[in-house]
Design a protein around this ligand. Sequence first.
Ligand code: PLP
Length: 486
Amino acid sequence: MSVSRPDFIRADEVLHDQLSPARVRELELTYGNQELLYGLGLLELSGPFTRVTPWELEDERGVRRINASGFAAVPFGDMPPVLTAFLHDFLDHSRAMGLPQQSVSPWRAALQANLVRLLARELPSHAGSQVFFCSSGTEAVEGALKFAKAWRPRSKYQISFSSAYHGKTLGSLSLTPNPEYQDIFRPLIPGAVTCPYGDLDALGRLIRRLGPDNVTCVIVEPIQGEGGVNVPPGGFLRGLGELCRRHGIVVIADEIQTGLGRTGHWFESAAQGLDADIITLAKPLGGGLTAVGATIVRHDIYKKMLGGLSSKRHSNTFGGGTLAMAVGLKSLEYLIDHDFPARSLALGEVGLKRLQELKARFPKLFEEVRGQGLLLAMQFRPMVGVPLPAALQEIVFEATAILALRELHGAGVMANLSLSSKRTVRLTPALDMPDEVFGRMFDRVEAFAQTHPNARDLLLKTPPAMTAKLAAFAASKPKKRTPSDG
Ligand SMILES: Cc1ncc(COP(=O)(O)O)c(C=O)c1O
């Protein structure tokens, strides 16, 4: 007997583009994170966008943009042929269970072996390390925090750094010192302490004050991504490692954004002289197609939490799933075959030089430009130059980056905000973006700067009706939205 399902949308309808862009927006605004999508819609940034090439997307009017967004999780552009061709083969030929869970799996076996061997090539002390797979960056961090705590069960403090970003589930959020994300969830996990990023002396003093035996772990991004692309002073990470080793404190290198090539090295922490006990990976490992997170852990620490009958102490349902592992394995192979970290380092130098030239030419627009490899940042001057009360200042800072993002879109470049740095917009292009597209992207950033030579132009060039709607949105209480509200 067939059941009438008048409201159900069939997969084929989506596959064959039978949902119009307007209907997609309406459904998203009704059933999804409507405030976020409404805000982006006001800025004409909500899409949907479709793929023209892996590196270029277009909106429903056919306007094309070079994609330098994706929050560093799109290493080869959208739907890269290397992965889509492989997926056809995989679906035709793989006979492995979809969710092997507690049985062994060829795909998981291969990916974890490759990850550990890759790491041990840089850091031989990791030759015996083991991997725990999950499905997001924040989950990889949660796992890392639990491994550290199980290793030092009587300790009670975890140290992270100012402007750090480790995720938004409760454990990782506790170590992401950003009041906007933390405040209404307090109390968070007890014992999370913040130290100034890059300040080794301050870290030494903090560890002494807390008592070294009381400190479980120090978690650090080798270059801060969401914090606005902050490269620590030379020697900081090496010194951090030596300090923690002296006291037996577990070091977690959060390489979720930096790892596997974006900043020009396989593991940025290793390149900066840090031999961390635990390394978290995620974003690029999923090839921009699937969710793969990994926590790589020294053997002894792994065993302490997951030894004998306690080996079920930490688990998840989907980590190590076959589709995710297969995409991860192929993504890693593509990165290795083409030595993309080296390309990223070289191309990043070209990109940073272009940004530095722009900063010199347009000092009233750019306050600072920063970056390493293909993790590049533009920090804008505030679009309102007069002193303002602190709360208003914060809003102006955020609006500056949001309007810059919109104007960059207008110039044909999709970029990223930075979740823990209000005035910073980041460019995180694919590691395999062709030179010509890469150059064109900077020509477009230059065109954007030429039309907005002063940060206040970001405000002046925004249509007044849009500014009014944005201001009303910023001031409003959450309410039910529809696309027609815009
Ligand atoms: C360094 C770092 N750690 C953790 C995370 C959280 O990853 P996810 O968004 O996959 O949970 C991010 C995300 O931006 C990150 O950059």
